[in-house]
Write a protein that binds this ligand. Structure first.
Ligand SMILES: [Zn+2]
Length: 76
């Protein structure tokens, strides 16, 4: 899976927490890869434009058109 390494980087940059409500992301909850700037609006596929969310949170964000921000500055 070519995204696996990127997911690990995103997971670490978020401290293992969902970018929406801040609850822990685990293998059991699983996660979705969310583009902050939607790709159809010209968003890129870089890590800075992506966050991990719970599948349910992802649905809420899209249904409610909610803004999601990076939960923590990058580790650099
Ligand atoms: Zn969540």
């Amino acid at each position: 899976m070519r995204y696996r390494k990127q997911w690990v980087a995103l997971y670490k940059s978020q401290g293992g927490l969902c970018a929406h409500w801040g609850w822990a992301l685990t293998n059991e909850t699983s996660w979705h890869d969310h583009h902050l700037e939607y790709r159809i609006h010209g968003g890129t596929d870089t890590l800075s434009n992506r966050v991990l969310l719970h599948p349910d949170c992802h649905r809420q964000v899209h249904v409610g058109k909610l803004a999601v921000t990076k939960p923590a500055p990058s580790l650099h």
